[in-house]
Design a protein. Structure first.
Length: 167
């Protein structure tokens, strides 16, 4: 089963000058651009992805879930944060597959990390998205894709090494 990447949508949008600039003009466009970028990254990284946006400041809003360009998109219900939803999703999925949460919210990182979930900051996700875009462009020009050591070792060995790294 594929790995799962859970993204705190507004956290990542606010961590990027590119998305923030777009957000100032059109929040829907900023969300769409993030979802497209996460979709491209997830495809190249061979992982499933979900982007969660919160509605904590608005009461009466019902949770909505949809799929856009292969990414699960979740808008939380009113009064609930993306953090709460991501923590629940991570907890449910971690029994079946490796889960990584992308957020710069330190409290959430501690919470999910304590449950065996990997974490990355919003800036790290943005860097990985940028690297994958660069690599895809290079692959398109040369017809070759870079191969990393982690891509060539057995997934069980890779997971064991990651576990050692966290200790």
């Amino acid at each position: 089963m594929k790995k799962l990447l859970l993204v705190d949508g507004y956290n990542v949008i606010n961590a990027s000058p590119r998305y923030r600039k777009l957000k100032d003009r059109d929040m829907d466009a900023a969300r769409a651009r993030l979802i497209e970028d996460v979709a491209a990254y997830a495809k190249l990284a061979e992982t499933d992805a979900a982007v969660v946006f919160d509605a904590s400041g608005r009461s009466g809003v019902v949770q909505r879930t949809s799929t856009a360009v292969g990414v699960r998109v979740v808008f939380t219900r009113g009064g609930h944060t993306a953090d709460q939803t991501i923590e629940r999703m991570a907890h449910e999925a971690r029994r079946e597959r490796a889960v990584t949460v992308a957020t710069s919210d330190y409290a959430q990182q501690k919470t999910v990390f304590a449950n065996g979930v990997l974490r990355m900051s919003a800036l790290e996700l943005l860097a990985r998205i940028s690297d994958e875009k660069d690599e895809a462009a290079e692959h398109q020009r040369t017809g070759r894709r870079r191969v990393f050591l982690e891509d060539r070792i057995d997934p069980k060995v890779r997971d064991a090494l990651r576990k050692l790294q966290r200790e």
